[in-house]
Design a protein around this ligand. Structure first.
Ligand SMILES: C[S@@+](CC[C@H](N)C(=O)[O-])C[C@H]1O[C@@H](n2cnc3c(N)ncnc32)[C@H](O)[C@@H]1O
Length: 224
């Protein structure tokens, strides 16, 4: 576990109002509307808005984050919502986190950090945990609001299609439902209005087996 990353994110969440009311991302709400609840995995769950929302809709959730401060706030949020029994909180560094379990939904929303994190590699491991017919839903920043610290610092922010390629989701075995930059209106801390583009990748693991690879025919057997 990286002490630096944990200290950084603990500091971020210490400065937040733990009772702030967050809404799950519209892309998640839309993707899940037709899906029956099952087992969900959320990476970088922060203070638990999405995990609690999922649990309140009948999902059994495993939610992972590096920040103990965030997870304490998340657990409190779950207690207030009466869904604690449906959520397992895991404090872990996703850089070396893996799971052998499979899930009906794997999601990660804005898994960004100023510290070292190979997010596509983390998300590729997470994608491997999506069971057949299960859903992968990731959302990341593609553009930043004008009031961001450095709104033009978009290095490393992947488009949905770049992420799809990095995760192998464009290959057989997956059906892409949406891979697109989607506008989202938002309001800054001082009430400023802005619009950003979020890279949304929504894919379903299909049960279709990979087509057999063509075999290279060797020399015809000879009979002497
Ligand atoms: C930008 S926040 C997004 C939080 C939440 N998903 C949301 O949409 O509000 C990134 C989250 O990733 C977590 N995180 C960053 N680096 C991590 C790491 N190496 N391992 C686990 N979690 C990490 C942070 O603690 C933080 O909660």
């Amino acid at each position: 576990m990286s002490d630096e990353a944990q200290a950084f994110w603990d500091g971020v969440y210490r400065g937040r109002d733990p009772s702030r009311h967050g809404e799950p991302h519209p892309a998640l709400r839309e993707a899940l509307a037709p899906i029956r609840p099952g087992r969900a995995l959320e990476l970088g769950c922060g203070d638990g808005t999405t995990a609690v929302w999922l649990a309140a809709r009948g999902w059994t959730v495993t939610a992972v984050d590096i920040s103990g401060v965030a997870l304490d706030a998340a657990a409190e949020r779950a207690r207030r919502a009466g869904v604690s029994s449906r959520i397992t909180w895991q404090r872990a560094d996703l850089r070396d986190w893996t799971t052998r379990e499979t899930f009906d939904l794997v999601t990660a929303l804005f898994l960004h950090t100023p510290l070292e994190l190979d997010a596509p590699a983390v998300l590729a491991r997470a994608a491997a945990a999506v069971r057949a017919d299960g859903t992968l839903l990731t959302v990341g920043h593609f553009t930043l609001p004008p009031w961001a610290w450095d709104p033009h610092d978009t290095d490393g922010l992947l488009s949905a299609s770049e992420l799809s390629t990095a995760l192998g989701v464009h290959e057989p075995g997956w059906r892409t439902v949406l891979a697109k930059e989607v506008p989202r209106a938002l309001t800054g801390h001082d009430g400023q209005a802005g619009t950003v583009l979020d890279a949304v990748l929504h894919a379903v693991r299909t049960t279709t087996p990979h087509p057999p690879r063509p075999t290279t025919a060797g020399p015809a057997p000879t009979r002497s």
